[in-house]
Design a protein around this ligand. Structure first.
Ligand SMILES: Cc1cc2nc3c(=O)[nH]c(=O)nc-3n(C[C@H](O)[C@H](O)[C@H](O)COP(=O)(O)OP(=O)(O)OC[C@H]3O[C@@H](n4cnc5c(N)ncnc54)[C@H](O)[C@@H]3O)c2cc1C
Length: 388
């Protein structure tokens, strides 16, 4: 089938299978797993149809629940979905982080066991990297895994584990050799969160939400078959997964009103021009930055043979996206004036309260997935080859 035929067929199929009630929604229909069910029938119907078609992970091989699309077809599908207003059916760490990592580093048996459950949204994953004493200096982690024959026994704790309260499984960095240099005694393990010895405590943020948790592991088990890569060689897999994570963060477009839309609502304009010159300059500056960033990402995808941006240069995109989002939310809240300072109560509209909370929540974006300083270190060392 030519790309043109594929495009027509995809548009036709989406017209028939994406209910009107979902069109234009910027939120994914599901994050996967059974702990947060899809609430409406339209969402469930669309989700099931997308799973059936392999379009939750369109570029994965069919054997693992994908549709086996080429990069060019995948780009076309993304474009058509956006034109039709079809939302992303499935989001989360399964499709964006552990799935792509297993495709590259998993054994055939691991791929066959885990990937189809990610593609179908049956299992939701969380990321067990950070610990109270190991964040930017991740390789200092101390959670241990001891070899018990058929399985590993895990003891220790993780922190800032996003969505752990809703996750079914975790991909986790553990120390398996305490005598080796710190980067050489780490292993990459997968295990179920639904087993005795796992305790999850949500952490409440200033925004009022609890997007992440503390996790405690007391004699928790991981199967030997769920060691990804070699024993004590998990660090290189951990770094590769971070590239997938950073690439995914840098592709995230904020799910709120655009800067020009907010400007039109809250600022005085004459014709299509914002009256206040300093606000006008800030809006133009933001829009130019956002547009230049989108074009640079597009160019990077085109330059990479596989259409991805996952290299060390991913740090550049993650850095810019997270800082741009902070500038965007600060600008929006300042354009809203006192309407942007609401916390609760009937005198504020729901979307105004959402903007205030989003502004506070997005400050964390320059820390999640590795802080901006850490990204600058990676860019200096790995992209620009500057001396240590
Ligand atoms: C919203 C959010 C979601 C998260 N989700 C997860 C998750 O799901 N799983 C998970 O494992 N972790 C998660 N994290 C944790 C995140 O990866 C860490 O917070 C991050 O790596 C920073 O580590 P830290 O908090 O220990 O800060 P620290 O490492 O203590 O850093 C403190 C400050 O010092 C700076 N700093 C540290 N070292 C250097 C250096 N060498 N050079 C220059 N500056 C430096 C940092 O940039 C930072 O500003 C999440 C964090 C956030 C905010």
């Amino acid at each position: 089938m030519s790309l043109r035929e594929f495009q027509q067929e995809a548009a036709h199929w989406l017209e028939a299978n994406c209910p009107q009630s979902l069109r234009g929604s910027l939120e994914a229909v599901s994050g996967g797993g059974h702990k947060v069910p899809i609430e409406d029938d339209d969402g469930q119907r669309y989700f099931d149809a997308m799973v059936e078609r392999g379009w939750t992970v369109p570029h994965w091989p069919r054997t693992y629940g994908g549709a086996g699309l080429s990069d060019a077809e995948h780009q076309v599908l993304r474009r058509v979905m956006s034109e039709v207003g079809a939302p992303i059916p499935l989001a989360g760490m399964g499709t964006t982080m552990i799935g792509p990592t297993l495709l590259e580093h998993g054994t055939d048996e691991q791929k066959a066991r885990h990937l189809p459950k990610i593609a179908s949204g049956e299992i939701r994953w969380c990321q067990g990297y950070s610990e109270p004493g190991a964040g930017s200096d991740l390789a200092s982690l101390k959670t241990r895994a001891d070899d018990e024959g058929d399985y590993f026994l895990i003891n220790g704790s993780k922190i800032w584990t996003s969505g752990a309260q809703f996750a079914d499984w975790i991909f986790c960095l553990v120390r398996t050799d305490f005598d080796a240099p710190k980067h050489e005694g780490i292993s990459f393990l997968l295990f179920s969160m639904d087993q005795p010895g796992v305790t999850v405590k949500p952490i409440r943020l200033i925004s009022g939400a609890s997007p992440f948790c503390e996790c405690f592991f007391d004699d928790v088990r991981a199967l030997k078959e769920d060691l990804v890569g070699q024993l004590n060689r998990g660090w290189s897999i951990a770094k590769r997964l971070l590239q997938h994570e950073r690439s995914s963060i840098s592709g995230m477009v904020p799910q709120t009103r655009s800067v020009p839309e907010v400007a039109r609502q809250y600022l005085t304009t004459t014709g299509n021009k914002i009256d206040d010159p300093s606000m006008r300059a800030s809006v133009i500056d933001h829009e130019m930055g956002a547009h230049a960033f989108a074009l640079t990402q597009k160019r990077a995808r085109e330059e990479n043979a596989d259409g991805s941006t996952q290299t060390f240069a991913t740090s550049l995109f993650k850095l810019y996206r997270s800082e741009l989002t902070i500038r965007r939310t600060e600008l929006i809240v300042s354009m809203m004036g006192t309407r942007g300072a609401g916390w609760e109560g009937e005198s504020f509209a729901d979307d105004e309260l959402a903007e205030t909370r989003f502004w506070l929540a997005r400050k964390a974006g320059t820390i999640a997935g590795g802080s901006s300083e850490v990204q600058r270190n990676v860019i200096a060392k790995r992209v620009l080859s500057l001396p240590d």
